[in-house]
Structures are given as C-alpha cells and as structure tokens.
Design a protein around this ligand. Structure first.
Ligand code: UDP
Length: 486
C-alpha cells in the first residue's frame, strides 16, 4: 500500500481567470461550501490499484488539488499486488462487468482476491481512522474495503468506472461473485444509469467522467503553438524557425507496405491545409476503426462517381484526409490484443489503392513522455475538422469530451457513453449503427459538407462540456454525496 503525493498544479484562481469558466467556478464554490463544511473533521481516502495510466489516475490529482484548496482533507492510496493469479482474476472481473468471458469464478479466485487485499490491510490501517470516508475505485481493491470496515468505523463507497448497458448472464455472475464484498458498502457510484445492477439502484449515484480544462490534453493552444507541436512531434515537415526542440520520440506512420516510418516520408500528410477527420483511441476492435476506414473509402469512391467535379462539395471530399491516432506499439508490449487489432488495420490499409493510401494516415503516438503525448493529442484534435468516435461499445468516451471542449464537433456512434454526451444536431451527429458502412459514409459526407453547422455544433459542444463534464461538475457531485453519507 502506497500513499501518493499530489504535485502542484492549476489552482481555483487559475481556472477562474478563464472567462468561459469563471461563472462555473463561482457557482461551484458557492454550491459546495456547505458540503465542505459537512466534511470537516474527517479524511476522505481514495483507494485504487495504480498511480499512473488510466482514467482514474489521470483525474484524481486535479480533483484532489481543488478539494484540498477548499479545505477538504483527501488522500490517495494505491494497493500493491504481486500475484499473477490476482491480475488474471481482476482482468476477468473487468471483462465480465463488460459482459465478456466465460470462465466461472471459483473458491480459489476468492481466496486470491482476499489474500492480496489482506496484504495491504496493515498499512491501510496506519492511515485510516474511525470516522473517515473510504472511496474504493474499481474491483481490484474491493475486498480491502470490507477488511478495513471490520477494524475501523468508516463509511465505504465503491466507484465503478466500467459497465455494460444490458444485464446478461455473465454480468449477473460477476455481480454475484462481488456481492459478498459489496454488502459492506453504504453507497455506489457509476458513470451511467444503465450500468447499475438492479439490486443497488436505490443506493447508487451517477457521476459521469470529466475532463480537466487546463491539463496538457485540454489547455488552449494558440495557432503557432499548435503548429509547433505538430512539427516537434514529426507530424508536419520541418519549418524554420522552430521555437522548441523536437520531441525525443516522434510520431510514426504506417507506410503503404505496412512498415513504420516518419509521417511524411512516403507522401506529405498535409494536415494543416486540408479537411481532416480524426479518430484517436486505443487499438481496440470495439473502437470501430475498421468500419470507419471502410466508410471513408466508400465516401471517397462515391465522390469520384459524381459527374460535376467543379463544385466545392466535390473538392472538399476529394481533399479530405482520415487520420487515426493510437499508441505506438513500441510502448505497449503488454497489450497483445492491441497489437493484433493494429495489425488487422495495417492489412486493411495495405489493400487500399495508392491514391487512397495517401488520404489515410495511421499514426503511432509515442507514450514515453505523458506530457508530450497529451500535447500531441491536443494538437491533433484542434487540427481536425471534426472528431469521430465510431465505437461499437463505449463506457463513456473521453475522446469525444476532449474534442467537444475544443469546440470540435463530433460524429459519434450510438454507443451508451457517447449517446449520453452528444446531442444530435446540437453538438454533432449521432450515427446509431457503427457497422452500417453505407450510412456512415453518408453521415461523414454530410458532416464534411456542412461547414456552417459544424461551427455551430462545435460552439455548442464546448458549452455542453462546461455544463456537464468538467472536473468541477464531477467534484461538486462527489462533495455533495460524501457530505450526505457522512
Ligand atoms: N489517448 C491518448 N493517446 C492515445 C490514445 C488515446 O492519450 O494514443 C487518450 C484519449 O485522449 C483519452 C483516453 O486515452 O483521454 C481514452 O479514453 P476513452 O474514454 O475515450 O476510452 P478508453 O480508452 O477508456 O476505452
């Protein structure tokens, strides 16, 4: 068990200095005052299984920083585990909550689950005192809550960051397995209403994920800065002067023969001069990359079949490029499934005609330096005409939220998390079926050839995020809930 230090970062005053956020922050500070009052004399312990990587680790520091500035005592503990069986089990639990896998949960699983958590108990008890609040994130440390409860008079909350919209035999089996640990928790938090198992609906609060507007992934980039990042990362060609040096690890691109090389080696991507359709995600089949590439190609072919080639709509589609961004496999050797999906995409790409290959870029983003990775994602999102998230399934879809914050309109599938965020024809378009290639090609073309709507939807998209999906909405909901539980 490790206690994690929180680095210095943006303060409430820093957020408030942005006029688009100032009203939100003022309302936030006023609303949370009584909640903060109610949380005096206790410490809130956030417990999860990793201090780096993943959404929980990304969001916790900025939320904790703000909560502390308001006078709330909040700390972060990370459990330690050194047991392959434990990781295999927690992966199976994770998959089962998503409805996947078949292997039953056994008595032996139960023992490993409890044993690894029990190894963290002694240290946890050195920190946690009677009267404190303990928030356990995701399944890995779930049994620890129960163990702490046997020794300390604390209230336990379980925060589940994953979920499936329907309840299947598999999801029922995993909830049954976890039930014995859940009974000690007084409250539950899920990201979407449809993810909540019916038995705990009455003691569950919905708190969707959120973005930090001032993080490197979301902070404002003025045009020269944005272009500078594209250059520093190797996405655009060299141009003097370049204020900052090149990143140590550059973005690579899949070449027509399937090898990886510098982005503009075979043909110039031309990203800042053309309409760009962007999807950034992990290489996961459920993200719908394959279908999006097929639809893009179909749209291009249908465009070439048009008789009048002098129109702007024709020329716009002709010049559009599709950009995929995902982790460079050099940094994710622990994700064999991701490699498999990337290889499938590469095979698909190798079979595309030479001309269309120039219009499609599969970019491999370095992960070595998290700040650089975040700035690259930020610059790519800002350089796109619109952002697509064509997920077959999506827990929430922060890539859509991030784009919307940047006033980029979005084209999303009807997957649960995306439908929850995007309002059709207000901040983008929802194309319900990500598998329907013909329809997706049509909607891509519609989106590209509606420049005025795109401006309007992008503008609305930012307001939608300010209203619902910033760390302040999230923190407000947490402080309210925790002060009520206390
Ligand atoms: N992301 C990134 N670099 C990549 C690919 C993805 O930083 O090469 C980020 C992306 O910006 C987003 C997160 O990973 O913040 C993915 O979150 P999302 O909710 O979209 O999907 P998940 O990966 O959790 O299924």
């Amino acid at each position: 068990m490790q206690r994690i230090e929180i680095k210095r970062g943006a303060t409430l005053e820093d957020y408030k200095a942005y006029s688009s956020l100032s009203v939100l922050i003022e309302e936030f500070t006023k609303t949370v005052a009584p909640f903060v009052e109610g949380l005096q004399d206790c410490t809130i312990w956030m417990v999860n299984s990793t201090a780096t990587g993943g959404g929980v680790a990304e969001m916790l520091p900025s939320q904790m920083r703000i909560a502390r500035a308001l006078g709330v005592r909040v700390e972060w503990l990370v459990i330690e585990a050194n047991d392959d069986h434990f990781f295999d089990l927690t992966k199976r639990i994770h998959n089962a909550i998503h409805g996947a896998g078949e292997e039953p949960f056994t008595e032996e699983d139960l023992q490993v689950f409890e044993k690894v958590n029990a190894q963290n108990l002694k240290k946890a008890l050195e920190f946690i005192k009677d009267g404190d609040l303990v928030v356990i994130h995701d399944p890995q440390p779930m049994p620890l809550g129960k163990l702490i409860r046997q020794e300390r008079d604390v209230k336990l909350v379980w925060r589940c960051h994953i979920g499936l919209e329907e309840h299947t035999e598999r999801t029922r089996s995993v909830w049954k397995f976890l039930k014995q640990f859940m009974d000690d928790y007084v409250h539950f938090v899920f990201s979407l209403p449809s993810y909540v198992p019916p038995e705990i609906e009455d003691i569950t609060t919905i708190i969707p994920p959120a973005i930090d507007p001032l993080s490197h992934k979301n902070r404002t980039l003025w045009m020269a800065k944005c272009v500078g990042i594209l250059q520093q990362s190797g996405i655009t060609n060299h141009h003097d002067p370049l204020l900052y040096p090149y990143y140590e690890n550059l973005v690579r691109r899949v070449m027509p023969d399937g090898s990886f090389d510098s982005v503009n080696k075979d043909s110039d991507l031309d990203i800042i001069y053309r309409p760009v359709v962007l999807q950034i995600s992990r290489w996961d089949r459920l993200k719908g990359f394959k279908e999006l590439m097929e639809a893009f190609i179909l749209m291009k072919k249908q465009n070439e079949a048009k008789s009048d080639k002098s129109t702007i709509p024709y020329k716009r589609i002709k010049s559009t490029r599709l950009v995929f961004g995902g982790p460079d496999p050099k940094y994710v050797s622990d994700d064999p499934e991701g490699m498999e999906v990337l290889n499938e995409l590469i095979s698909q790409y190798k079979n595309v005609s030479k001309e269309l290959q120039e219009d499609i870029a599969i970019l491999l983003l370095p992960l070595e330096n998290p700040k650089e990775n975040a700035l690259i994602v930020n610059a790519l999102q800002r350089s796109s005409s619109f952002v697509v998230q064509n997920s077959i399934q999506e827990g929430f879809g922060l890539t859509a939220t991030e784009a919307m914050w940047k006033q980029r309109p979005v084209l999303v599938s009807g997957a649960a998390g995306l439908r929850f965020q995007v309002q059709h024809e207000e901040n983008g378009l929802i194309n319900h079926d990500p598998d329907d290639i013909g329809k997706l090609a049509e909607v891509l073309e519609q989106m590209l050839n509606s420049p005025k709507e795109r401006d309007k939807w992008g503008f609305n998209a930012r307001n939608r995020v300010i209203d619902k999906f910033t760390l302040f909405s999230q923190l407000k909901a947490w402080l309210k809930l925790l002060s009520e539980i206390r």
